[in-house]
Design a protein around this ligand. Structure first.
Ligand code: MG
Length: 380
């Protein structure tokens, strides 16, 4: 039996191996509803499992990242995006001596609130709910884990630790969490998930855009970050064929960005002389960051992606058509509230019909929404 490691062993490992300013699971502020500690797993390992086993997590498989779900087997879905964010988060956390389990949990939860049909879907929900509190996928992720996922009999939500909620909220523009946001920043593990999200989508959206043929390698010769990393590895974008660019660029780019964040963050943390996780929360300004030069170049890459990919007619028109169907479904629920699901109906008295319908639609997969539209409008 001595072979088995207990939660106390995991906590001792954290004390021994992690940096002093890492968030230790034994120092958690705990859960809203007290639950006894687990014999094998640390609190953040439990959070990871709760998120992975949630229905909202499973639905990510059928939600659009950029290319409408189901249009190509190799494009990222919201689920594979989430897994890439979690993987990058673990890499960053391990290299900086931070808590990998916590960074992973925050990364796995960060997009749970994403609506179907990607960015266009979010814009549509924002419009539909504009007089009823609006919609923001980061705030919605917090809503999913604190209210909408409901696996326990005694309370709503997944009852995650304070630190995971803090990290998910840091991602949110609206501070809506109960008792959260008393510090200027989230712990470093939360800051990591935030940047890992960016690194993941910059690189994989670029790769998917090349795969779809909507972005040509030669166009990237005008994007400083792409030319720099290519040049460093003997790849000439102006001459490169699509396949070489597609296969090499995402790998080189993510490696470059991760390296930049690690080096910059290590210097910032050392300069700030933070001693504890709470010191990092109270520090004015983020400690996990790109270098100044790279930050400016990532903005240029982001502008390129908006101009040439996210609003490319082939991406945007298909998503827009799907969003018209979303608006139809929302309208149908308002006209006949008996059509919304059982769980959503249960929430109408507290949340109001608009919010309950919005929550229900935001939780849908792309294909479920299309089926719901067919049921409501074509009887099928
Ligand atoms: Mg994301």
């Amino acid at each position: 039996m001595d072979l088995l490691r207990t939660r106390e062993d995991v906590e001792r490992q954290e004390e021994y191996f992690l940096a002093p300013f890492a968030q230790k699971s034994s120092a958690t502020r705990g859960r809203r509803h007290a639950q006894p500690a687990h014999c094998w797993r640390s609190e953040y390992q439990r959070d990871v499992a709760r998120i992975i086993h949630s229905a909202a997590f499973r639905r990510l498989e059928y939600k659009t990242q950029v290319f409408l779900n189901g249009t190509g087997d190799h494009y990222r879905t919201r689920l594979t995006h989430t897994m890439e964010v979690a993987s990058i988060s673990r890499t960053l956390a391990r290299a900086l001596g931070l808590n990998e389990d916590l960074a992973e949990a925050i990364a796995l939860a960060h997009d749970l609130g994403h609506s179907p049909f990607g960015h266009s879907g979010e814009e549509t929900l924002k419009r539909l709910l504009k007089d009823y509190g609006g919609f923001d996928h980061n705030g919605q992720s917090l809503r999913v884990v604190t209210l909408l996922e409901s696996p326990y009999e005694d309370f709503d939500g997944l009852n995650l630790t304070y630190e995971v909620l803090e990290g998910v909220q840091k991602h949110a523009t609206a501070r809506i969490g109960p008792g959260l946001g008393t510090y200027p920043s989230a712990c470093l593990e939360g800051q990591i998930a935030d940047l890992a999200d960016e690194i993941a989508y910059y690189t994989h959206d670029l790769q998917d855009g090349l795969e779809a043929g909507l972005i040509k390698a030669a166009q990237l010769a005008d994007v400083a970050l792409c030319t720099e990393v290519s040049h460093d590895h003997g790849l000439d974008l102006a001459e490169a064929d699509a396949k070489t660019a597609r296969l090499s660029l995402a790998r080189l780019l993510s490696n470059h960005l991760i390296q930049d964040v690690l080096e910059t963050s290590a210097v910032r943390i050392a300069t700030a002389a933070v001693q504890t996780a709470d010191d990092t929360r109270c520090h004015p300004g983020l400690l996990i960051a790109y270098s100044e030069g790279t930050a400016a170049k990532t903005k240029a890459l982001r502008s390129f992606l908006y101009a040439h990919l996210y609003f490319h007619p082939e991406v945007n028109d298909a998503n827009q058509r799907a969003c018209d169907l979303m608006a139809d479904v929302f309208g149908a629920y308002l006209q006949d509230p008996s059509q919304i699901g059982r769980e959503a109906t249960r929430r109408v008295p507290n949340s109001g019909l608009h919010r309950a319908a919005g929550d229900y639609i935001a939780g849908m997969t792309d294909r479920y929404l299309l089926r719901e539209h067919a049921r409501l409008f074509h009887g099928g």
